[in-house]
Write a protein of this length. Structure first.
Length: 348
């Protein structure tokens, strides 16, 4: 773990050198600010040694980092969690400007705007392998660009195999669900958006959903069967990470349909209606990639789609926080107040 000594100038642990970089602009200093989780539901901003890229690595002056629902498990302080976290740890949806590159780096250069797949991006600076950096084109300007969740969206779309004419139910309209609604609609599918939040269903209609159903106010299964002449949906995407919506998603899936699990299930085992799944002969896809190279491919696809105007994500970044407000951002991600879709930390 990195030292939290504000006067540190040495190399710490097995990671990159933590001393002041040279030749990377006037804003470089020997220390930086980084978020540290100090206990369940507690965080502070620490001053820690500044990273320097080694061979094959890229140093990025972070401009922002999205807040991921996968952070909520560690934030709650489960038994397996260790505190304090490494400075900047858990932040993996970053973007910024290349400040320096290590030896043998060729794909990006100082001054390039990039999205990153680094793992310590709740900090002013982060460093990581060249292979986990994607250059952002000029067409995207200075827009916030949380590459990891956007890449995840594109990878989920690819795993879903949505075709023109399909009925597609999307259970859970948050950041991912809203974008998948637009992408599936653009692919020619008839999207049925399912959510418990009225404002989310309004958004889904704007994203192209042909039907919106509110959980708790109507019999969603019966209505979907009416809409699909009793068949169910050829594709169902579950995007909540909760047991009850997973049950619902299975019930909405047609015979020989595909159930795509895009929600991040992190609170223990799940029970499923295996009899139903067997009887209908459905395919079940866990759409969370684990290979960084596949994530990067998704981010590249997201960059291209955003540059072409096919990925309208800007208005979905609904809640912005400064670094010292990361705790509030995590609480909002957990509690999902009205109007909330996605939080991000402004590091500019």
């Amino acid at each position: 773990m990195m030292k939290l000594d504000p006067d540190a100038r040495d190399t710490v642990g097995e990671g990159p050198t933590r001393s002041a970089p040279t030749g990377i602009g006037t804003e470089a200093t020997s220390v930086m600010q980084a978020a540290v989780l100090t206990g369940p539901g507690r965080m502070e901003v620490a001053r820690v040694p500044h990273p320097v890229p080694r061979a094959g690595e890229v140093l990025v002056r972070m401009r922002g980092c999205g807040v991921c629902a996968s952070n909520l498990g560690p934030w709650s302080g489960p038994p397996w969690m260790s505190f304090p976290t490494e400075p900047g740890g858990l932040g993996h949806e970053g973007w910024g400007v290349v400040a320096a590159v290590g030896r043998d780096v060729t794909s990006v250069a100082e001054g390039d705007r990039v999205a990153t797949l680094f793992q310590h991006s709740y900090a002013e600076w982060d460093v990581g392998p060249e292979a986990q950096v994607v250059r952002l084109p000029r067409e995207l300007g200075d827009r916030p660009f949380p590459g990891e969740p956007l890449g995840c969206t594109m990878n989920i779309l690819a795993r879903s195999d949505i075709r023109a004419g399909h009925h597609v139910a999307i259970v859970g309209i948050g950041f991912l669900g809203a974008l998948l609604t637009r992408l599936a609609t653009d692919a020619g599918a008839h999207v049925i958006a399912v959510s418990r939040r009225p404002f989310a269903l309004d958004l889904a209609r704007r994203m192209g959903a042909v039907e919106t159903l509110r959980i708790g106010e109507e019999d969603v299964v019966a209505r979907v069967m009416d809409l699909t002449e009793g068949r169910g949906c050829a594709r169902v995407i579950e995007a909540t990470g909760k047991q009850a919506p997973l049950d619902l998603a299975g019930a909405l899936t047609a015979e020989r349909g595909r159930l795509v699990i895009a929600g991040y299930h992190q609170d223990g085992p799940r029970q499923i209606d295996m009899q139903l799944w067997n009887w209908r002969g459905i395919d079940v896809i866990n759409a969370h990639e684990r290979d960084p190279a596949v994530y990067i491919d998704g981010i590249r696809a997201a960059v291209a789609a955003a540059a072409e105007g096919r990925l309208p994500f800007d208005a979905l970044l609904t809640h912005r926080y400064r670094l010292d407000g990361l705790g509030d951002a995590l609480d909002a991600t957990r509690d999902r107040p009205d109007g909330f879709l996605k939080a991000w930390v402004d590091l500019s």
